[in-house]
Write a new protein. Structure first.
Length: 249
């Protein structure tokens, strides 16, 4: 996302936990034409989110766009999970982190009639076996941002929800297993997934057009309609897709 936006010469606030990797991204964005400000932040901490927003205002005096893109994943059946604290961790990062940042940025976004972008998932539109808690966190995101969109009607602030299909990123290898440890494995078809660059380009276009919802794959778009008419077909497809992924790993 940062690399896709940088050629527009924006002022980018880069937020994540890893300060070193943020600096690497910042330097590359600067070469592409952006001004950058690095704010190492754990979005699961509401106080840290508040300080991040305040630091942004102190640095640049306004916020035009907020992109909620922090996330983590978990692959395990609910029954096999060994420690239910993993449920809390996923909800804090995937859902509450976006809620905290959005809440604290809202007064400034209203001043600029800005844009809010929520990076959800195709898993937010249906259930996915062995992915239940991740799906739950993304369903919660959708509910929050769809409700917020209605609350913000007339303010000029837009809300764009992005529901990507599988994307080539580290999230799969970093996904937690039943024991709470990263799996360390990419899914079998990883190389065929949408590239991070292509996904970022889709998001940037959707942001510019203030789209309501963008589903990045054809099967995701078709699946929404099939689910309405033949919900059991979608359940079967989701189950089959996960079983194939596990067989091939």
């Amino acid at each position: 996302m940062a690399y896709a936006l940088a050629p527009q010469s924006p002022k980018l606030v880069l937020v994540a936990r890893d300060s070193h990797r943020l600096q690497v991204v910042a330097k590359h964005c600067q070469k592409l034409g952006a001004s950058t400000f690095v704010v190492p932040t754990d979005v699961s901490n509401p106080e840290a989110c508040f300080e991040m927003i305040q630091s942004t205002i102190s640095k640049f005096s306004k916020i035009d766009v907020l992109v909620n893109n922090a996330g983590m994943s978990m692959w395990s059946t609910v029954e096999d999970v060994q420690d239910v604290c993993q449920f809390k961790q996923l909800m804090e990062v995937n859902c509450l982190g976006s809620l905290y940042c959005t809440k604290f940025a809202l007064p400034f976004l209203k001043k600029t009639q800005g844009r809010i972008v929520a990076i959800s998932s195709m898993a937010s539109l249906t259930g996915v076996p062995s992915h239940a808690v991740y799906s739950a966190s993304k369903h919660a995101m959708n509910g929050f941002f769809e409700s917020l969109r209605i609350e913000l009607a007339g303010t000029g602030v837009s809300v764009t929800i992005i529901a990507p299909d599988f994307v080539q990123s580290e999230i799969h290898a970093r996904s937690l297993g039943a024991d709470g440890k990263p799996l360390g494995l990419f899914l079998a078809d990883h190389d065929s997934f949408l590239s991070a660059k292509a996904c970022a380009d889709i998001i940037v276009k959707a942001m510019a057009r203030r789209k309501r919802l963008v589903v990045t794959s054809l099967r995701g778009k078709l699946g929404r309609w099939v689910k309405l008419c033949f919900p059991r077909v979608i359940d079967w497809m989701a189950k089959r897709g996960v079983e194939e992924a596990y067989r091939q790993k």
